[in-house]
Design a protein around this ligand. Sequence first.
Ligand SMILES: [Fe+2]
Ligand SMILES: [Fe+2]
Length: 219
Amino acid sequence: MIVLNDIKKDAEIDSYFQAINVFLGEMGAIVHDYEHSITVAENSKLIMESLGYPPRETQLAEIAGYLHDIGNVINRYDHGRVGGVLVFSFLLRMGMEPEEIAAVASAIGNHEEQTGSPVSSVAAAVIISDKADVHRARVRKTDFSAFTTRDRVNYAVEDSRLKIDPKQRKITMELTIDIEISSVMEYFEIFLTRMILCRRAASHLGCEFELLINEARFL
Ligand SMILES: [Fe+2]
Ligand SMILES: [Fe+2]
């Protein structure tokens, strides 16, 4: 059975990760590095485990979380759906079963807010984990005057945490925002569609979604 460690050790996949960092660097886009992939993998595992999903489904969520942004090796736009197609080639080569590939590929193909839907528990876990990873360290630019609104909002986030309460079936995203840099309104302007997708994803997992910004409840 293919586990996350096999994916991490694979030279072909590793080359794609390195290329993505270079390509997105050229575009000045938000960082999509190993750290983001590992964070999304870990949080996907945390969500599935905490909510009592079976171990293999949890492992598949971890793999999908790690690979969710791999489509950026082709193009940043539509990287979710492109990534979903791309993983077939190497997961088949590695010997993963088709039904497991379907679970991983559909989660990857549904993680973007423009076209994604929580089509499964694995997809729902990946969506929430990806959208929760917003913070200052992901902004690549150093020249503040060149910041887009998205850069500024990311930069304003000093801390983001995900909490799962299995008893109350509640998933909470806790953000600390420096309002000198970006207002809470601006955060919503940029991230409202993501938060709505997170709420749908949480509901797929039988949970309520809560968003706390600077300790105040917004969703
Ligand atoms: Fe993505
Ligand atoms: Fe991502």
